[in-house]
Design a protein around this ligand. Structure first.
Ligand code: FAD
Length: 451
């Protein structure tokens, strides 16, 4: 490592949201050395949230979501090239074109990819899609333009629900299959998932819960699915929305703590090696990371949140060019938004880190509410439905570890009268595609079970 942290060679692997924001922040911090950004997609960084929203609605073309640059990162862009390995001893990033890039510090920002349908032959049928990239969304939007008789969405998480919403807005018939009891249950728990189910059905979605798809049908072209309950659904388009897979395989030989939940790092974005020793020249940011948060029992969080990719990239960049005592922790609260079926859903904190919930404002009947989540008598998360303005108040409660249920005063009615009910979130130790923010340790009260 050079004596002057503002100089030397930095390589960023992953040319998307986290990679771009980190590169910009490095220059803002005053880094004057060489900066190289490697990305396996052929495009400069673009935004993904519109891909399941405006692009599928046909109001924005897939190639119009390029990410605006806050400043020129003055970088060498190596696009359309995949990193295949990281030699941490020799400090080199290995590339699939046979080249390698030397570094003094490296940032890993390789994000996630769509979890593919497990049967490759069925996944290859014409009319079967996933939605992660610009090409995916363009292909699906074209298929929807063609006016299919029915769209079949596998998975009722956020992406699957948004896709179903876009289909209904286009007037297309759509079936959603969800193996849990309701859509969004993995992310938001039992109560709000019931609202999500009601919203889907009210908007004409043929929602099948408690079932799995056992087979995609068709010779060359997709024609429908078989379900675990013995039913068959005919459809022309299938969207596999089974969550995301962390892009960590290329790190398999690196000796770093990389696995299905992501690459583990400390609160300063420094990667851990496989022995749990923190490195000083390998940093991580965005969806590929797994990091501890003091507000959630120091458990490692795996997030798929736009806002986290930005703030963590900025902290990583700061720490890459500043000495130890000046380094900052990444302590931002997880926040997430989704729009579907005319509702604006916003989340702050970690809803799955909860044992009880209370409706603090509004009501399920009004479809406008703020639900507060608590764990062992402390507020840990809040989700608003069409009530985003209240979120900042609950953010403050989470940040200060306020008692749960929160005292009256936050609400437009006396919540002291409300009885907290079980939050009904899935066991965090079970790998699930549901939540976009997952705790990847164990709750203290479940530790004995694990032992
Ligand atoms: C359809 C969709 C809708 C979404 N909607 C929302 C939303 O409403 N709200 C919200 O908060 N978040 C949303 N998200 C999540 C948000 O887009 C992500 O959190 C964000 O993109 C994470 O950025 P990232 O840079 O960490 O990872 P990514 O955007 O996944 O970028 C990683 C990049 O690295 C590349 N890469 C991977 N492996 C390699 C390799 N070995 N070598 C070189 N390059 C590599 C990838 O191809 C990719 O370009 C949505 C995501 C999708 C897909």
């Amino acid at each position: 490592m050079p004596d002057d942290l503002m100089d030397g060679r930095i390589v960023v692997v992953g040319a998307s949201l986290a990679g771009l924001r980190a590169a910009e922040a490095l220059r803002e911090q005053g880094f004057t050395g060489s900066l190289t950004i490697v990305g396996d997609e052929p495009h400069p960084p673009y935004d993904r949230p519109p891909l399941s929203k405006q692009v599928l609605l046909g109001v924005a073309p897939a190639d119009s979501t390029g990410l605006p640059m806050r400043r020129d990162p003055e970088a060498d862009w190596v696009l359309g090239v995949r990193a295949t390995g990281l030699d941490t001893l020799g400090q080199r990033v290995l590339l699939d074109d046979g080249e390698s890039l030397p570094y003094d510090r490296v940032l890993i920002a390789t994000g996630t990819r769509a979890r593919p349908w497990p049967n490759p032959a069925e996944a290859a049928l014409d009319g079967v899609f996933t939605v992660r990239t610009r090409e995916d969304a363009a292909g699906l939007a074209a298929a929807l333009d063609a006016g299919p008789r029915r769209v079949l969405v596998i998975g009722g998480g956020f992406t699957g629900s948004e896709i179903a919403s876009a289909c209904r807005e286009r007037g297309l018939e759509v079936t959603v299959t969800e193996r849990g009891p309701a859509p969004l249950v993995g992310a938001l728990g039992g109560t709000l998932s019931k609202l999500a189910a009601a919203m889907q059905r009210n908007h004409g979605v043929d929602l099948r819960t408690g079932v799995t798809v056992t087979r995609l049908l068709g010779e060359k072209t997709f024609t429908g699915v078989e379900l675990s309950d013995g039913n068959q659904v005919d459809a022309d388009v299938c969207v596999v929305a089974l969550g995301a897979v962390r892009n960590v395989e290329w790190l398999a030989e690196s000796g770093l703590a990389a696995g299905p939940r992501g690459l583990a790092c400390d609160a300063g974005c420094r990667a851990f090696n496989m022995y749990g020793i923190v490195t000083d020249d390998v940093f991580v940011a965005g969806d590929v990371s797994r990091f501890p948060h003091p507000l959630f029992g120091y458990q490692l969080l795996s997030l798929e949140h736009w806002g986290n990719a930005v703030t963590q990239a900025e902290v990583a960049a700061h720490n890459m060019v500043n000495p130890g005592p000046l380094r900052r922790p990444h302590l931002a609260l997880p926040t997430f938004w989704s729009t579907q079926f005319g509702l604006n859903i916003k989340s702050v904190g970690v809803p799955t880190y909860s044992d009880h919930v209370v409706i603090a404002q509004g009501s399920l009947e009004a479809r406008r509410l703020a639900m507060v989540y608590g764990y062992r008598g402390r507020v840990t998360a809040a989700v608003t439905v069409d009530m985003a303005k209240s979120l900042d108040y609950y953010r403050h409660l989470i940040e200060t570890g306020a008692p749960f249920p929160p005292p009256p005063g936050a609400a437009d009615r006396a919540i002291a009268a409300e009885i907290p009910i079980p939050s009904d979130v899935p066991d965090p130790s079970v790998l699930s595609h549901g939540p976009t923010v997952a705790l990847t340790g164990y709750l203290p009260d479940r530790r004995l079970t694990v032992v």
